[in-house]
Ligand binder design. Structure first.
Ligand code: ADP
Ligand code: MG
Length: 362
């Protein structure tokens, strides 16, 4: 099977404009984007259920859409399986009939294929139940069985775990990997949850306001998000504008520090980010790159504590970031650090070490 997705999609809907390019031969493709960034619209465009889409889409070695030559296959002809956010099982049909619904063979053939698929997903004991009589996780298995039984070239999963509670979520994420294990085609999963996508994806695309901002392996994208929106989506809490002051030095007005770096500062860097758990507490003497520990509030989480530090510096006069308070830093202290705090009191400074800095563009 040709495992290469090419999707150049253009769609304008009201004020929103989607303009994405996704080219990948990865088995598991993840699209990470905030709510409203265009994730569902992207999947609907690939599946052929979004109106007014132009561009070029190829999957499984077939052209599904080519506006230039007037090709636009109907959804049923695309051989693409789409799992909706709420699974969209037929509520009045039994599990087995739901799984048979997309099949075109004789009744006997369909029944035998659907039964096989339910057995593979360990749902054969539930064939005669209605979807409403199943748990969320079981409904998801049926939804995936219904897709897999049609042997699609491409599977699209729209936030598949968002309806599940957290214990079930992790279990289902694991099961999903298992169920997809034997699948030869490509799967695209969209989500706003970085952990889900990090686990799942061979290649990640970051979607912000209808555009792909960054792509790469999950490891690369999380280690070097490269742009502010991607840094936010990968969970980076502390972001600020920088001013370069020559010779490996940058000023961070919002944090009230100037940093001397051994690392090369990329030409394109306009902002920096540092993750909440990458700040280091310092007691006593101030070192270079230290921010005064002026506690504003704390936030107690089950296995870590967040300290919010007011930097007291002038708000960045450099290009500001909308909806980010550059003067507020979040530091996450794990239990071992909290023990230190019990012994020594709150630190005097938070140190930003250069190996943990993320250089970012807008
Ligand atoms: P996501 O799935 O990432 O949360 P969507 O793809 O559902 O986002 O929507 C992206 C944006 O497009 C949203 O701002 C949404 O309000 C808007 N939108 C979606 N469909 C339409 C439409 N038919 N007309 C106008 N705006 C739309
Ligand atoms: Mg959506």
């Amino acid at each position: 099977m040709d495992r290469r997705l090419h999707a150049d999609i253009h769609r304008k809907a009201g004020d929103f404009e989607l303009e994405v390019s996704i080219h990948s031969d990865a088995a598991r493709i993840g699209i990470l984007g905030a709510s409203g960034s265009g994730k569902s619209m992207t999947l609907r465009s690939i599946a052929g259920i979004e109106e007014g889409v132009s561009g070029h889409i190829e999957a499984g070695g077939r052209v599904l859409l080519d506006s230039d030559s007037g090709v636009c296959l109907k959804p049923q002809k695309r051989n693409v399986g789409y799992m909706f956010q709420n699974y969209a099982l037929f509520p009045a049909m039994s599990v087995i009939r739901n799984v048979m619904a997309g099949l075109k063979g004789t009744k006997e053939e369909n029944l035998s294929r659907a039964t096989d698929m339910l057995r593979r997903f360990r749902m054969d004991g539930y064939a005669d139940r209605l979807p409403g009589e199943l748990s969320g996780g079981q409904q998801q298995r049926v939804a995936l069985a219904r897709i897999m039984v049609t042997e699609p070239d491409l599977i699209l999963l729209d936030e598949p775990f968002s309806a599940l509670d957290s214990y079930l979520k992790e279990q289902m994420q694991y099961e999903m990997q298992e169920m997809l294990g034997s699948y030869q085609g490509q799967t695209v999963m969209v989500s706003h949850s970085r952990d889900e996508l990090y686990r799942f994806s061979d290649e990640i695309f970051i979607l912000g306001n209808g555009r792909i901002l960054r792509s790469g392996t999950a490891q690369d994208v999380f280690a070097e998000p490269e742009c502010v929106e991607a840094a936010k989506l990968t969970g980076c809490r502390n972001l600020a504008a920088i001013r370069k002051c020559g010779q490996g030095r940058i000023e961070v007005p919002g944090w009230g520090v100037t940093l001397s770096l051994d690392r090369e500062i990329p030409d394109w860097a306009e902002f920096i980010g540092v993750r909440a758990d990458a700040l280091r507490p310092v007691w006593g003497e101030r070192t270079d790159g230290c921010i005064h520990f002026d506690l504003e509030r704390t936030d107690e989480l089950p296995f870590e504590k967040h300290f919010y530090i007011r930097t007291g510096a002038a708000a960045g006069s450099a290009p500001a970031l909308a909806d980010i308070d550059e003067n507020l830093l979040c530091w996450s202290a794990k239990p071992d650090i909290q023990k230190l705090i019990d012994e020594r009191g709150l630190p005097d400074w938070l140190e930003i070490s250069e190996e943990n800095l993320l250089f970012l563009r807008r």
